[in-house]
Structures are given as C-alpha cells and as structure tokens.
Design a protein around this ligand. Structure first.
Ligand SMILES: Nc1nc2c(ncn2[C@@H]2O[C@H](COP(=O)(O)OP(=O)(O)OP(=O)(O)O)[C@@H](O)[C@H]2O)c(=O)[nH]1
Ligand SMILES: [Mg+2]
Length: 456
C-alpha cells in the first residue's frame, strides 16, 4: 500500500431522486473519521472486511441525527482500492448525501477527483492500466455487446496477451545481449536468426492485435454512420424515424438542415451513432455553405454512409457526384419515399440497396439488417471471443512498439550495431510496459482517470 495518501470521499451514485445513495470514503483515516459520526462505531472496530452495520449518522457538533444508514467496511488490502474503504448507504436524494459528505470533509477527508478511487486501486496494484481502461469501457458501454467485450478485458484478457508479448520480447532482447557478450564467437549468425524469428513472431501478434482496434472501438464507442444525400431526399425524416424521436426539423423546402445532428441507437446489441446533416449541393447562402462544409467533413470522418436517394424523382448528376465522394467508403444505398410512385428504374451504383419510406416508417427492419451485415463485415467471425484493444491509447502504444521492432529488425538485417538493435527492442518493451502501467507518466494517468466519474 502506498503510504501518506490523503483520505478521500465522494458520492458514488448519481445525484438526484433515487432510493439510496452510496458515499465512499477511502484511505488510512476512513475508519477513524466514520467512527466520529456513526452510532455503530464500536461494531466497526471489530468488523471484518465485507461487514455491513446499521446505525445513524449524527453530526457530533449539533447532535443532529442525519440519516439511518448501512455502513459497509472493507479493510486493506481486501478492498476495491487496496486501502481501508467504507461505503455509507444513505437514503437517496440530494440533501442527505451532501450533508454526510460535508461531515466527512469536516472531519478530515478530502473530496475525491474523478476516477481517484480507481487510481488508488491502480497505484496499489489492484489492477493494471489496461484493466482500468476496461472498467471505464464497462461504465460507458452503450450496448450489451460492448459491455461483454469490456467485461472480458476487465478480466485481464488483453493484459495477459500484452504481458506474454512483452515477455517474449524480453527473451529475445536477453538473447541479443548474450550474443553481444560473445560478439567475437562464431555462434553469432545462428543467434541473429533465432532472435529475428522470435521478434517477428511477436511483431505479427502485435500487428493482429492492432487490427482489432477498429472493431473494438465500434463495439465500445459505436459505429458512426452519416446520412448523406441531396437536399430534400428525406435524410432528416429517416434520421427521426430511426431514432424514433422528432429530433431534426423536416420541411418541404430543400436546404432545411445545416447543423450536424447526432443520435445513438442500439441495433441488435451494436451501438450505432447516426448523423443527419445538410444536403450536398451548391449552397445558396452563407449558412448553407457552412452546413455543406460540415457535411463534407462528416463524410470523411464517418465509419460508414447511408447514401439516400429519392426514388420518386429521377436520378441526377448531383446524385452521381455525391456517389463519387462516398464510393470509397463503407456504404448502403437507401432509396427513400418508396410510398410514392417510383421514378428510379436502374441504379448505376454498386452496392446493397434498401427501399424505405421514412414517412411511412417502412423498410426500417430491412435497413437495420443491412446495417448489421455491414458492421459484421468489419467484425470477422468469432471477433468478440479474441483479444481486442478498445482505446486509442492502446492502439497508439502498440503502433509505437511495432515501429521500434521494425527499426531493430532492419538494423539486424543490415548487420548493424547490436547495441542499437537492443536499444530499439528495449524501447518496444517499454511501450508495452506503458500500456499495462508498469511504466507510468503522471500526464497519462491524469488523462485516463479524468475520464471516470467522481466516486469511481
Ligand atoms: N412521401 C414521402 N415524403 C417524404 C419521405 N421522407 C421525407 N419526405 C418529405 O420530403 C421532404 C424533405 O424531407 P427532409 O427529411 O426534410 O429531407 P432532408 O433530406 O433532410 O432535406 P434537407 O435537410 O433540406 O437536406 C419533407 O416534405 C418530407 O415530409 C417519404 O418517405 N415519403
Ligand atoms: Mg434535413
């Protein structure tokens, strides 16, 4: 346990109407502080970890009885954080939890920063950085599939894989260093080949792990799908129909939408973020010009496109020009307004075609199925059962490790200085250590833990 860390406290449940609230207090003074304000104090002294004690929170100065509560006691090292941790379950709402929190502060605890409890758990070796990120993914998961993936990483799946890769790089580097010591002996050639083989194996594994990031991100954060088309083809109507919400303004006038609107939907367990935006044409005025500019930027950023075409009017050059901008991306052709007489006979574009009527809410199941098929084209069979990285930090760390490995291998192939090769492999190992948190920088920790909510 890390000594001399201040005792911290926070309300760990959302503030507002609710049956109960949980206030956490953590650190070496947490038990002495709670003893001062809790009528069940004597029982806490003897309570083993995991005990729950009923009693009253009382302000010792005014003797005001604030609430009848349950106090859960977790003693170091058998707690979430690895330090003494107490959870006080009060009645819910805003007033009582705040009063209890103020009492704790008055008796020596400090309000916790976002994610500070989990940061303590990391500092006390209760979890690796990868597991802390997995925990954040669990809390933020938007759908069941995302939550399942995050849970698997929470159980150390990614951590174990990175550890194994690190170990095999360490082995190879050791082999190299032994070779260095005997540089003049004739065994040198054999060692070089052995090292190359080992390192290449690790590199291949890192590369396939890096490949999982796209799918991992989609499962955790969601796939972003931009609804693209000429003005008035029914983009906003489709957006509202998919979201089952009257979110975007719909009018018969072309050029209605200017801002980019976003909405999240769960499609068969996949989180999907739809974006409605301005129709693409030569803009008629300044607001529309800015809208079209934003729409074009979104086309670049989006993971996939719903290319909307009005099936009740003939295809135009404008549709073709839009097709050119999206044809390199993942897309589905959506023919809208199929409740009206059809005027589009043949579609000169490749790709999956779905007929819908945003107005009549027709064809939405078929569209959902096409979207599921598209997502599953990014996530290969058995994807979720494998080891998957889910955050940009992880992907960037792996990428950097691969770069150093490549440098080292190149030097090794060119017969370069073995010291330099060892340096590169050492750097690659350090990048993996940063991933698990074995090597840490305060800045990186700050960034990761600030994404948590207060009280986690
Ligand atoms: N008949 C019919 N009309 C539709 C359908 N979808 C949209 N409309 C109508 O088409 C017009 C334009 O709809 P919007 O949803 O605003 O179209 P948009 O593509 O968002 O238009 P901009 O924002 O101007 O680019 C409105 O009058 C809608 O009621 C449909 O499926 N069938
Ligand atoms: Mg619109």
């Amino acid at each position: 346990m890390i000594e001399n860390l201040q005792t911290i406290c926070a309300i760990s449940t959302p503030i507002g109407r609710g049956a109960i609230s949980v206030i956490r207090i953590n650190g070496k003074d947490s038990i002495p502080i709670v003893l001062k304000i809790f009528t069940g104090g004597e029982r806490i002294k003897e309570a083993p970890t995991g005990s729950i004690i009923l009693g009253w929170i009382v302000d010792p100065k005014t003797e005001e009885r604030i609430d009848e509560v349950l106090v859960s006691v977790f003693r170091e090292p058998h707690s979430y954080t690895g330090e003494d941790l107490i959870e006080i379950s009060t009645h819910g709402g805003i007033v009582i939890p705040k009063k209890v929190l103020n009492l704790l502060v008055r008796h020596g605890a400090r309000i916790a920063e976002p994610g500070e409890f989990t940061r303590r758990a990391f500092l006390n070796d209760k979890m690796s950085l990868l597991e802390a990120e997995a925990l954040l993914n669990v809390v933020n998961a938007k759908t069941e599939k995302g939550a399942r993936l995050a849970e698997a990483n929470l159980n150390g799946r990614l951590q174990n894989e990175i550890e194994k890769l690190k170990e095999s790089l360490v082995d190879a580097k050791t082999l190299l260093e032994v070779t260095l010591d005997f540089e003049d002996s004739e065994n040198l050639e054999i060692d070089r080949e052995g090292i190359k083989y080992k390192i290449n194996k690790s590199k291949e594994k890192l590369e396939s792990l890096l490949q999982t990031y796209k799918g991992g991100r989609i499962l955790i954060e969601g796939i972003s799908i931009a609804i693209v088309g000429k003005p008035n083809v029914g983009k906003s109507s489709l957006f509202n129909t998919i979201l089952q919400e009257d979110k975007a303004i719909v009018t018969a006038e072309p050029g209605t939408t200017r801002d980019v609107l976003e909405g999240m939907v769960d499609i068969d367990g996949y989180p999907v973020r739809f974006m409605d935006m301005a129709g693409i044409r030569s803009p008629l005025n300044e607001p529309e010009r800015l809208g079209v500019e934003r729409a074009k930027r979104m086309i670049d950023i989006a993971d996939a496109i719903l290319f909307l075409i009005d099936s009740s009017s003939t295809l135009s050059k404008a549709d073709e020009r839009i097709y050119e901008t999206i044809s390199k991306k993942l897309y589905i052709l959506v023919l809208n307004k199929c409740d009206l007489p059809k005027r589009v006979d043949t579609i000169p574009f490749n790709g999956e075609v779905v007929f819908v009527s945003a107005k009549e809410h027709a064809g939405i199941n078929e569209l959902n199925n096409a979207i599921i098929k598209m997502i599953e084209s990014i996530l290969p069979d058995g994807f979720s059962e494998g080891v998957i990285c889910t955050t940009l930090r992880q992907a960037e760390g792996i990428e950097k490790a691969i770069k150093y490995i490549d440098n080292g291998l190149k030097l090794l192939n060119e017969g370069g200085e073995l010291e330099l090769v060892a340096f590169d492999f050492g750097e690659a190992i350090d990048r993996l250590k940063e991933l698990t948190g074995e090597i840490t920088e305060e800045e990186v920790l700050d960034r990761i833990f600030s994404e948590f909510c207060i009280g986690k």
